[in-house]
Design a protein around this ligand. Sequence first.
Ligand code: ATP
Length: 441
Amino acid sequence: MSEPSADPALFDRVVNLTKRRGFVFGSSEIYGGFRSTYDYGPIGVLLLRNVKEAWWRSMVQLRHDVVGLDAAILSPPAVWEASGHLANFTDPLVDCTNCQARHRLDKLEDPNVCPTCESKGTFTEARHFNLMFKTHAGPVEGKGHEVYLRPETAQGIFTNFANVLQTSRKKPPFGIAQIGKSFRNEITPGNFVFRTREFEQMEMEFFVPPAEVDQWYQYWRDQRFQWYLDLGMPEASLRLRDHEADELSHYSSATADVEYLFPWGWDELEGIANRGDYDLTQHANASGEKLDYFDQASGERYTPHVIEPAAGATRTAMAFLMAAYDEETVNDDTRTVLRLDHRLAPYKVAVLPLSKKDTLTPTAHEVFDAVKGRWMADYDETQSIGKRYARQDEIGTPFCITVDFDTLEDRAVTVRERDSREQDRVSLDQLEGYLAERLGS
Ligand code: ATP
């Protein structure tokens, strides 16, 4: 099989769609925008929630051995000193003396060539730039009042290890999962929402007896890869890449990345890392608290080792959009359709009265009321029915329900499926069962 290739034109098409249809807006746009910060609009917020819900369902709800957590975003320097972030969470930064562009040395194709102006040997010495956002708590600034915005959600899990262990009655192997915002003062944000300074992560720390760590690393590597496939990512655009020894983070003895073939090439969606006992040991030493586990059966006390699958919610939502985007020619027209998995689709159904005439409105409202409790539903009575179908195709709505004048007589509606455009006439008293079966929810 030949290697699939990246499609640079896809990037503009998808970004264009997200702006046009209210998935993503540039932040603070009325004030000229605020660099690389984005807001999720009415459609985007639904997609993002669905990505997070799919993750939570597979990582927490469907498992007996993982519990959830929602820790604070702000924390004192002690946490970041112990975790190693104050010393090590840096990127090597170089400036081009010719064009003044700033780059991350580790992301350059050739470390001697500036990709902005293509001059050779014009970089300054690399400086190490800490990526954490610092602020202060209370009215006084300065030493002793500094706090940090978390650059990853993981540390809130480690600092709560003993709390969760005691209150949840779990024992290793078990995991703690968390979804939330993280903040990194990225040197080179870009590629739309792929790399931003404020983003959302979906992380899980899985605590295991030291002897089982390799086996659990393999397990989570495979599980996490499968999650993307199950949600419809094409296998040809997804790969698992093991890190080389010189790529490993300061805490990790093995890491594999799930990578997606973005329009600019292969890039990371998620990292699965064997963090060993690094974090619990660091926090135990620094805090003086016991962060270990006493196994009553064996009479053994040990510090659990940790496998961490760490994914980006915002980055992953973008990848699902790219993977779902399709254009096809129908009757000499181009139809844009997001072939999103039903679980990810922002709206599951759209209720479309054929005309705005008052005679149809009560029945259309009745249909909307019948579905809205169970599924996120849109209601749209503007423009021609063809245009409304096209609008729903563009945002990936799996089913459009059309209420027409016959509905008033036969108490049935037309249900149109997104991918095939096939239509069924379904009686109103069968509608919920019909949709439940076809949506699988
Ligand atoms: P990179 O090498 O791209 O900077 P990383 O390896 O530092 O990323 P991790 O610390 O492993 O990333 O974070 C886990 C996940 O969080 C990443 O796989 C990604 O999906 C997401 N993520 C990290 N940084 C950002 C960012 N600046 N914007 C959006 N998502 C991010």
